[in-house]
Design a protein around this ligand. Sequence first.
Ligand SMILES: C[S@@+](CC[C@H](N)C(=O)[O-])C[C@H]1O[C@@H](n2cnc3c(N)ncnc32)[C@H](O)[C@@H]1O
Length: 278
Amino acid sequence: MSCVRDLLAESTLLGGDEARREAEVLLCAALNKPRSYLMAWPEAEVAETLVQRYRDWLLQRSQGVPVAYLLGARDFWTLSLQVNESTLIPRPDTELLIEQALALNLSDSATVLDLGTGSGAIALALASERPRWRIVAVERSTKALEVAIANAKQLGLERVRWLSGNWFSGLDERFALIVSNPPYIAEHDAHLDTGDLRFEPRAALVSGVDGLDDIRKIVSQAPQHLEPEGQLLLEHGFEQGSAVRALLTATGFLNVASYQDLAGHERVSGGSWPGMVR
Ligand SMILES: C[S@@+](CC[C@H](N)C(=O)[O-])C[C@H]1O[C@@H](n2cnc3c(N)ncnc32)[C@H](O)[C@@H]1O
């Protein structure tokens, strides 16, 4: 039999600064116990089936598979979301988009559109904070959409309307707010061959030569789907702020601004649409 302390010592298989922390996360998940259990009971013996599950995860993690895919879950905002290989793993960066959306002075019953919802992270975080907002979420990947719908059910946030589609196609309504964390990585960006990105769906990440193809489409089509004074908020790469502001301004958006994450990087930009022109 192996004990907790010996199993955690196997974290050396992972290497790197995060090895010990990740091994603790995996062992907690295998045992279905909190981290305090590992600290309190280092000599506790672990059943062989659980040891096998933990070692299997450790091996896959050593080969790069993201912890979120191994556990099938990732925390985002205040929610625990199911994820799998069909969905992007929601990032803390995207919480900046949620903060900015919630800071807008929208009515209690505002209509909101989340484009490229993936696991449903943005739509569900907003639904959890603003239960009366009428939220529509669009996703092109039917497998990702299944995960989003399962998350809504599990979290009891079933008021979100889920649509399978290509950005605005088939949508004929207008919204007070459109939010999106679209694909925005340039197709030859070397980061695509590193870390979790290697395992995530390319269609969730890559957007043309400069990473801006999808943002260009969304910015150009958004005016036809915004109410007067409607707001558009987009997440983007940390070096894309000025390009996204330029696109918004050239399209006719007003009050164009970018918002910084805690590291001081511009990660979200947006603006308001003056009226029902076009
Ligand atoms: C960067 S991921 C964001 C996922 C999720 N919103 C989040 O923040 O975790 C981009 C998402 O857009 C979806 N997507 C890509 N192209 C799309 C399109 N043309 N129409 C709708 N969704 C699209 C991808 O499948 C992916 O789920």
